[in-house]
Design a protein around this ligand. Structure first.
Ligand code: SAM
Length: 286
């Protein structure tokens, strides 16, 4: 007897359901086989990125990509780069760094030594920018920066400290808008297409892989920066990451989220007082 399969018709609703199911299977497969957990990332942005990889790998569907990913770690590596969204720049949102100088540096000056965590540091532009600010504020020598990311390939590139030379004009403008008063070119050596940043800026930096979804706290800090990372997470995951930051901050430690994120609806609003409402700088008070 022939079995009648209940296929969803070509209605947009049926198509959407299948797409979501395939996405879930892909994320489950990645998690079980490779241990990377993207299951609680915000789905709209995930779908866009997954489809880009589906097309670039010349697959027909998300399920087709799942098959490739499971059998070819190189496809997984390429997908990881798509999913982890590594866009960054030096002195990104310059007013954030100006606020660091004005509001955070005076607090750090009250400590003999500070531990700083930059979570989701990507290719390192944020860390080099922070190191420059700390140096100019007379704080670098007594700071240790832990710079972490889920993606080892971006950390490798961050360690090298070479950024595209054609970006230097934009970064110089950002640096000045961030309150920098030196000549920005003092900090790098231009060579061919690249600008190699001063090695002494990373003497006090520890680069390490860390996954905010799965890994635990590894120290306590006076300052945590996490900008443009949690926007890709769903609400439940954001709350878990806030728990991790709360546990990892010293009392009176500062959480720096940048203007795209917020502490609101995180469940931790009452644990912090606001230092800067626009740059989303918060101080742990309880
Ligand atoms: C858009 S970049 C932001 C870089 C930098 N913080 C900035 O604001 O310019 C987001 C970074 O978060 C990292 N990331 C994504 N999910 C992560 C996770 N679960 N744990 C740690 N880092 C993660 C990505 O690999 C990427 O490098």
């Amino acid at each position: 007897m022939a079995v009648q399969l209940d296929k969803p018709g070509p209605s947009p609703e049926g198509q959407l359901d299948l797409e979501s199911l395939e996405l879930q299977l892909l994320l489950e497969g990645i998690f079980r086989h490779y241990g990377f957990d993207f299951r609680e990332y915000a789905p709209a942005s995930l779908k866009r990125r997954v489809w880009r990889r589906v097309n670039q790998e010349k697959c027909e569907s998300i399920s087709g990509l799942l098959e490739r990913v499971l059998h070819d770690p190189e496809v997984m590596e390429r997908l990881l780069l798509d999913l982890s969204i590594n866009v960054t720049s030096m002195f990104r949102d310059p007013t954030f760094y100006a606020a660091l100088r004005e509001r955070v540096a005076p607090v750090l000056h009250t400590y003999p030594f500070t531990r700083i965590w930059v979570a989701g540091c990507s290719t390192g532009e944020e860390v080099y920018s922070l190191a420059i600010v700390l140096r100019e504020e007379g704080l670098y020598e007594r700071s240790r920066i832990y710079a972490t990311d889920i993606n080892e390939a971006v950390l490798e590139s961050a360690r090298e400290g070479v950024f595209p030379r054609d970006k230097m004009r934009e970064y110089t403008e950002n640096y000045i808008r961030a309150g920098g008063e030196r000549s920005f070119s003092e900090y790098y050596l231009a060579k061919y297409q690249g600008a190699l940043f001063d090695r002494s800026l990373t003497e006090n930096v520890v680069w390490a892989p860390h996954n905010l979804v799965q890994d635990r706290s590894f120290n306590t800090f006076n300052l945590i920066l996490c900008r443009n990372v949690m926007i890709y997470f769903d609400r439940a995951l954001q709350t878990r990451v806030h728990q991790l930051f709360y546990e990892s901050l010293e009392r009176l430690g500062i959480l720096a989220l940048g203007n795209k994120e917020s502490i609101h609806f995180s469940g931790f609003e009452d644990a912090y007082e606001e230092l800067d409402g626009h740059e989303k700088l918060y101080r742990k008070v309880r």
